[in-house]
Design a protein around this ligand. Structure first.
Ligand code: MCA
Ligand code: AMP
Length: 514
């Protein structure tokens, strides 16, 4: 039976010299390729010793560490489904994900073990391990007793490899099911498309609980047998210092904005680098242009989703195979990647002429299988002829470049994280004395876009904005908390009495901008 397990493809790309350094951490640790292979084999053997069925979910909410990445690789090779969770999620959020995904295994940090284990056991999870970023925790203790030899479980292309929670168009998170085939096809194609070459070194400064850091960055390096310089957390000065020993960097726009604020970012500092990639949120043309001036490098912007991994990309270089120009155009997300079909339709579902703005729909081997246990919702998101509705609004120009101009889904992308207004509004509306609320995204110099809450009190009630915010902070991940909260007497409504969020965005658009 053919082997489509993504781990098999990654392992095949390991260099011959397994004692070469695969990962070098910012606190001076060196992991060889052999270490990655042995450690993931031991963890895979531990997972399989639990006698849980293949396809079992392994939910992970731990601080970024090489061991956390090894756990991801172990989950793949054991034929189980990796479910990464943002470390900022609090108990209410975790309760939802664990209830929805029903993981057989949960791995959390030791500081959260008390409340996470309670939620997990209540949801029927039989195994809860701890893993900390100082190489301690019960997961490693238990794995140490297992063999470092493991045969990667055979998987079909259509078998699940990961579930990523995202909400796309509505408030409650849905589990995007990504298969081995989705991720392997994307990783193999991007290796070629982004010109990965022998000797490349990636600076990894992103969190590993989202697609960008966990799949695009890690798969990019591993499938090229490339060393990673591994930063536990983004630090602009440290990334700039590491550029001298690296060739590739991937980041959300906020990371580029913060590095531009550092005088240490010079042409000389960046001269060893080959490629800077940006995505997950719009890269402002100002950032794009300033980066060229300061470093001489033209950022390559690309567009992806949790549901589709990478969809489009600006070109790495002129390449007849893809019939593309070599120009990386600021403000665009480049061309549909090889294998990806992309179209722009009007609200009636009719194809639009070149240059016209409409809804972006996509099809390809990278497009996910659907939302976990939500067949109805999945059906709504696909057209009859099998295109996925991204919820993004954009256009394709005469040269084939795709530009994203907005979103039809009610979504704020803040520093690369998705914030769903519907979710925040739900929490605010449940608070005593609140009649109604609206959360809208407004421009922000650092995060690109942040949430602002506008709240109406019930008749006769006086609300305090700081109290509302404190109440939210006790329940929601910190990055979701609106950066400002206004108590008002009325919200602008259209003739169908729907809140006109566009007018609120207009009203508050200069709140954070000089
Ligand atoms: C931190 N804070 C934020 C954010 N991050 N507020 C809004 N948006 C954010 N993204 C707030 C915290 O709540 C806290 O506020 C204060 O900033 C400091 O927190 P800290 O964690 O220290 O912040 P940071 O280290 O400065 O983090 C900023 C960051 C981080 C480095 C930009 O947000 C980040 O790593 N973003 C990358 C997200 C990512 O990987 N996106 C890829 C998604 P307080 O003290 O008040 O609590 S995948 C995707 O979108 C698709 C598939 C694709 O195309 O890639
Ligand atoms: P996520 O829900 O985390 O998968 O984020 C996917 C969303 O991020 C897409 O639907 C887009 O709205 C947005 N996105 C990703 N890359 C870009 C980009 N380069 N420019 C603008 N928006 C982007």
């Amino acid at each position: 039976m053919p082997q489509h397990n993504l781990f098999a493809a990654l392992r095949a790309a390991f260099p011959k010299d397994l004692d070469a350094v695969a990962v070098e951490t910012d606190n001076g640790l060196h992991y060889s390729w052999r270490d990655l292979d042995r450690a993931s084999a031991m963890m895979a053997n531990l997972l399989q010793s639990l006698e849980i069925p293949q396809g079992s979910r392994v939910a992970v909410q731990v601080e970024k560490s090489v061991e956390a990445m090894v756990l991801y690789l172990a989950t793949l090779r054991a034929g189980m489904v990796f479910l990464p969770l943002n470390t900022a999620y609090q108990s209410g959020e975790i309760e939802y994900f664990v209830g929805n995904a029903e993981p057989a295994v949960v791995v959390c940090s030791s500081k959260n073990f008390g409340w996470v284990s309670k939620i997990a056991f209540k949801a029927g999870t039989a195994h809860v391990f701890t893993l900390d970023d100082d190489r301690t925790g019960s997961l490693l203790q238990r794995a140490a007793h297992h063999s470092d030899q493991h045969t990667t479980v055979t998987q079909q292309a259509d078998d699940l490899a990961a579930i990523l929670y995202t909400s796309g168009t509505t408030g409650r998170s849905k589990g995007a099911m990504l298969t081995h085939g989705n991720m392997r096809s994307n990783a193999v194609m991007l290796k070629d498309y982004w010109g990965w070459q022998k000797g490349d070194v990636l600076i990894h400064a992103l969190p590993i609980f989202h697609v960008h850091g966990l799949f695009v960055a890690i798969h990019g390096a591993l499938i090229n047998g490339s060393k990673m310089i591994w930063l536990s957390k983004f630090d602009p000065k440290l990334v700039i210092a590491k550029m001298r020993q690296a060739t590739v960097f991937m980041g959300v726009p906020t990371l580029y904005v913060r590095m531009l604020a550092e005088p240490a970012l010079t042409r000389e500092a960046a001269q060893h680098m080959r490629l800077f990639i940006a995505g997950s949120a719009p890269l402002l043309i100002e950032t794009f242009s300033e980066w060229i001036e300061r470093t001489g490098h033209t950022i390559l912007e690309r567009y992806g989703m949790s549901e589709t991994v990478m969809l489009t990309s600006n070109p790495y270089a002129a390449d007849a195979r893809y019939g593309q120009q070599a120009e990386r155009r600021g403000g665009t997300v480049g061309f549909p990647l090889p294998g990806v079909s992309l179209r722009v339709l009007d609200d009636a579902g009719q194809a639009l002429p070149v240059g016209e703005i409409g809804g972006i729909q996509v099809q390809g081997p990278n497009v996910f299988k659907g939302y976990w246990r939500m067949p109805e919702k999945t059906k709504e998101e696909f057209t009859a002829d099998g295109f996925f509705k991204t919820g993004d609004v954009g256009k394709v120009d005469a040269r084939g470049y795709v530009t994203i101009v907005g979103r039809s889904k009610d979504l704020i992308i803040s520093g690369g994280y998705n914030v769903y207004p519907a979710e925040i509004e739900g929490y605010i509306n449940d608070m005593p004395g609140v009649a109604e609320s609206a959360v809208v995204g407004v421009p922000h110099p650092d995060f690109g876009e942040v949430g602002v809450a506008v709240v109406i009190a019930k008749a006769g009630v006086t609300l305090n904005a700081d109290t509302l915010i404190a109440n939210l902070k006790a329940q929601l991940a910190n990055f979701k908390i609106p950066k400002r909260c206004f108590i008002v007497n009325e919200l602008p409504r259209n003739t169908m009495s729907k809140v006109q969020k566009n007018l609120l965005r207009e009203q508050y658009k200069s709140l954070f901008m000089a």
